[in-house]
Design a protein around this ligand. Structure first.
Ligand code: COA
Length: 308
C-alpha cells in the first residue's frame, strides 16, 4: 500500500494489490492442481473486503483494521471500514443486512464485461489473482461497475429537483453525450429485478439512520418518476438499474463515493472466481480468441510521406 499515492483512486489500488497477490502466494498458483485452485479461490474471496477497507483507510491516512473471526462477511467489512484502534464500531444489523443483500445481488451476472474479461484472461492459463485483477480493471468503467459512482455524481450535479427536467432533456438530446446514469441495461430491457430489492433496502437504511430529508434521495425518486413517465425512456425501455439505488444506500452508510465500485468488485469476486473455476475445470477449455474482421480500405496508392 505504501507504494501508492494517498490520493490514488481505490480502484487503482485494487487493480494493483489484487494482481500483486500472485507475487506473495506462490503456493496457490498452479492452476492444474485442484487444491491450489481452491486455496486461491478462498484467498481471493476472503481478502477482497480486507483489501478494499485497507484501500479506504490508506486514502484517509488512518490505521488498518484487521478482520475479526466472530463477525460475518458483511459485518467484518463494516467493522474494518469504520472501527479505529481507539473505538470499536458497533455494527448495526440493518446496515449489515443491507450490505449482505448488496453483496449477494452483485455476486454474479453471467457474461458481463468484467466476467468475460476474467474468463478471457484465464483462458490463457494466467493465475487467478492476475485474472481477477483484469476483471477489476474492466469493472472500473462507468458503463459497467463505475455506474453507481456515476449515479451519485450525477445526482450531485443535478443538485435540486427543480433541475431534473433540464437533465432529462439533455439525456434525450441526440447531440448531447449525457446519459442518465443508473438507467438502461445491456440485457434487461424491462425493469431490473435487482433494482426493486435495492429500492426497498434503500428505504430501510434511510429509515434506520433517521435520514428523511436526504436531498439526493428526493432527486433520485423524482428523477425515477419523471423518466418512467417520459416517452423517450418508455419507448427505449430504459428503467432504473441496480446501480441507481445502491449509490444512495452506500452514501447513507457513510461509504465514500470513490469506494462504490470497489464494493461492487468485492461482491463480484465470488462470481468471477466461480466462473474462472468452471472454465479451468472444463477439459475442453481452449484459449479465448475473438476474431477480428477487417472492414477497412482494400488497395490504396502509396503516398510519399512529404506529400501527405
Ligand atoms: C447500460 C448501457 C451501457 C446499455 O447500453 P445498450 O444496451 O448498448 O444501449 P445503447 O447504448 O445501444 O442505447 C440504446 C438507445 O437508448 C439510449 N440510452 C441508453 N441508455 C441511456 C441512458 N442511460 N440515458 C439516455 N439514453 C440512453 C441510447 O442513446 C440509444 O438511443 P438511440 O437508439 O436513439 O441511439 C446504457 O443504457 C447506459 O449507458 N446506461 C447508463 C450507464 C449505466 O447505468 N450503466 C450500468 C449498467 S448495470
Amino acid at each position: 500500500f505504501r507504494g501508492f499515492r494517498r490520493d490514488a483512486h481505490p480502484m487503482a489500488v485494487m487493480c494493483g494489490t489484487v494482481g500483486a497477490l500472485s507475487a506473495f502466494y506462490h503456493d496457490s498458483l498452479d492452476i492444474t492442481d485442484p487444491k491450489h485452485r481452491m486455496v486461491a479461490s478462498y484467498r481471493l474471496i476472503a481478502k477482497m473486503p480486507t483489501i478494499a477497507a485497507m484501500a479506504y483507510k490508506f486514502s484517509i491516512g488512518a490505521p488498518f483494521m484487521y478482520p475479526r473471526n466472530d463477525l460475518n462477511y458483511a459485518e467484518n467489512f463494516l467493522h474494518m471500514m469504520f472501527s479505529n484502534p481507539c473505538e470499536e464500531y458497533e455494527v448495526n444489523p440493518i446496515l449489515s443486512k443491507a450490505m449482505d443483500r448488496i453483496l449477494i445481488l452483485h455476486a454474479d451476472h453471467e457474461q458481463n464485461a468484467s466476467t468475460s474479461t476474467v474468463r478471457l484472461a484465464g483462458s490463457s492459463g494466467a493465475n487467478p489473482f492476475a485474472c481477477i485483477s483484469a476483471g477489476i480493471a474492466s469493472l472500473w468503467g462507468p458503463a459497467h461497475g463505475g455506474a453507481n459512482e456515476a449515479v451519485l455524481n450525477m445526482l450531485e450535479e443535478i443538485e435540486h429537483p427543480k433541475n431534473i427536467a433540464k437533465f432529462v432533456q439533455k439525456a434525450k438530446d441526440k447531440d448531447d453525450a449525457f446519459r442518465l446514469m443508473g438507467f438502461g441495461h445491456r440485457v434487461y430491457k424491462n425493469f431490473d429485478p435487482r433494482a426493486k430489492v435495492m429500492h426497498q433496502t434503500c428505504h430501510e437504511v434511510l429509515g434506520e439512520l433517521g435520514i428523511t430529508d436526504e436531498p439526493l434521495l428526493d432527486i433520485a425518486v423524482e428523477l425515477e418518476r419523471l423518466a418512467l413517465e417520459d416517452d423517450y425512456f418508455i419507448e427505449k425501455k430504459l428503467y432504473p438499474n441496480v446501480d441507481f439505488y445502491s449509490g444512495i444506500i452506500f452514501k447513507a452508510m457513510g461509504i465514500p463515493t470513490s469506494l462504490f465500485t470497489v464494493l461492487f468488485a468485492v461482491a463480484r469476486t465470488v462470481g468471477w472466481v466461480a466462473q474462472w473455476n468452471e472454465m479451468v475445470e472444463d477439459p475442453s477449455q481452449k484459449i479465448g480468441r475473438p476474431r477480428q474482421l477487417y472492414t477497412g480500405e482494400t488497395i490504396r496508392a502509396f503516398v510519399p510521406q512529404d506529400q501527405r
